[in-house]
Design a protein around this ligand. Structure first.
Ligand code: AMP
Length: 119
């Protein structure tokens, strides 16, 4: 991974590179998926790009193929977690939308009915 695609101070960059451990459930050349530390559903997995982008929109602009890979990884996670009845994909974008880690990440939630609208 080129240095300009990594933020050495970023928690999720450290998880993607293996410096900080995580419960990894899926990997591809451009993505890593791991279980959320504070799960909000029976299945709660985060799918991240290996490259550092602060949010999903900037990832889509900078590496559109990786954005597609994120969704495809979510599909594989949902299949391996037995979520054939459905699951929710969420990109919190900005602090007001409850983004707390500023490295793009896709929440994959499932295993219980999901309410609407979200809080
Ligand atoms: P967001 O609020 O959308 O930025 O989501 C960040 C998510 O990262 C939260 O759901 C946290 O529980 C999760 N999280 C924070 N640190 C870790 C970690 N070390 N391993 C796994 N999940 C984490």
């Amino acid at each position: 991974m080129p240095d300009d695609k990594i933020d050495p101070d970023c928690l999720f960059c450290k998880i993607a590179s293996g410096v900080i451990p995580a419960d990894i459930v899926h990997e591809s050349g451009t993505t890593v998926a791991f279980r959320d530390l504070a799960p909000q559903a029976p299945t709660h997995v985060l799918v991240i790009p290996r490259s550092h982008y602060p949010n999903a929109a900037e990832l889509a602009q900078g590496e559109p193929d990786t954005m597609v890979a994120l969704i495809d990884s979510a599909r594989e996670v949902a299949a391996s977690e037995g979520l054939e009845d459905g699951y929710r994909m969420v990109f919190n974008t900005g602090a007001v939308a409850h983004q707390t880690v500023f490295h793009a990440h896709l929440h994959v939630l499932g295993g219980r009915p999901m309410g609407w609208p979200p809080g």
